[in-house]
Design a protein around this ligand. Structure first.
Ligand SMILES: [Zn+2]
Length: 144
C-alpha cells in the first residue's frame, strides 16, 4: 500500500468493473454521499458527514487499469477548509475504506465465483446479459 500525504493507493488483480461495483458497495456503509461518479473516467467523488468517521471528509477515488491489475487511489480532504489538514486522520479513514473494500471483494469472490451470464457495460457500468447487443441503460453497442 503506497501512502503519500492524504493519498493511499493499492493495486488489485480483480477486474476494473468488479472493483468499481465493490467501491460503490463500500461507500454505502459509511453512508457516504456520492457526488460524482464517472465509470469511463474511473473517478468517484464522495463525502461523509459530520457524524461518521470525522468532521466530514471529501474523498476522491480513482480506479484505473494498469497492465493486468487495477489500481485504486483514494485521497481524503476535510470538507471544512478551516480545519487544519490532518493527514493522519485522512489516511486512517482511507485505510478503513480499503479494508471494507477488501472484505467485499473477498465475499464477492466466494459468494458468486462466476457470473458467466452477465457482463458490465463499459460505458455506464450497468449489468446486462452476456449476449446483449446494446446496453439498456445507455444504449451503447456491445463489442463481441
Ligand atoms: Zn451502458
Amino acid at each position: 500500500m503506497g501512502i503519500r500525504g492524504g493519498t493511499v493507493s493499492q493495486s488489485y488483480t480483480a477486474q476494473y468493473e468488479i472493483l468499481w461495483s465493490a467501491i460503490q458497495e463500500t461507500l454505502e456503509a459509511p453512508k457516504a454521499k456520492i457526488e460524482h461518479s464517472d465509470y469511463s473516467a474511473g473517478v468517484i467523488i464522495a463525502t461523509t458527514g459530520l457524524n461518521f468517521w470525522s468532521a466530514g471528509t471529501r474523498f476522491t477515488i480513482s480506479v484505473r487499469n494498469v497492465g493486468n491489475s487495477t489500481t485504486v487511489e483514494i485521497s481524503a480532504k476535510p470538507k471544512n477548509k478551516i480545519t487544519v489538514v490532518d493527514y493522519g486522520q485522512g489516511t486512517r479513514e482511507i485505510q478503513r475504506i480499503f479494508q471494507q473494500l477488501e472484505e467485499i471483494l473477498a465475499s464477492a469472490a466466494s459468494d458468486k465465483p462466476h457470473k458467466e451470464n452477465e457482463k458490465t457495460c463499459p460505458a455506464c457500468g450497468a449489468k446486462l446479459a452476456k449476449d446483449a447487443k446494446f446496453c439498456p441503460e445507455c444504449g451503447r453497442k456491445m463489442e463481441e
